[in-house]
Write a protein that binds this ligand. Sequence first.
Ligand code: SF4
Length: 135
Amino acid sequence: MEYKNVLTVCPYCGAGCGLYIQVLDGEIVGVLPAKEHPVSRGKLCIKGWNATAFVNHPDRLKKPLIREGGSFREASWDEALSLIAEKLLQIRDTYGPQAIGFFSSAKCTNEENYLLQKLARSFFKTNNVDHCARL
Ligand code: SF4
């Protein structure tokens, strides 16, 4: 039997609380707050205590889905990203850059959020950028 606590950051919001993921024989079995973490100091909200609940949930999406007609089919990342790029360019060229908006996430790093707004503003020429933490 092998047990370890893996130090990480809660994935649910920008507060960035510290927690340990409890791993037993390669399986996640729980979460513990990190007392030494400078942000959370041993505290977690209910989302943090359940930060790993999605990992093995049967409803978790693990592959992109493309809507065809009234249903979805699984696709590769390459296919899904190519379709997204094609559709965004089509919308921009047909209706103009203000017809496009980008939503980012508190679950992303600052660097990832920076890159998304850079893509929106520099390439697509739109300032329509928002963030889930504001919604
Ligand atoms: S524990 Fe709660 S407050 Fe802390 S980062 Fe996670 S969601 Fe945010």
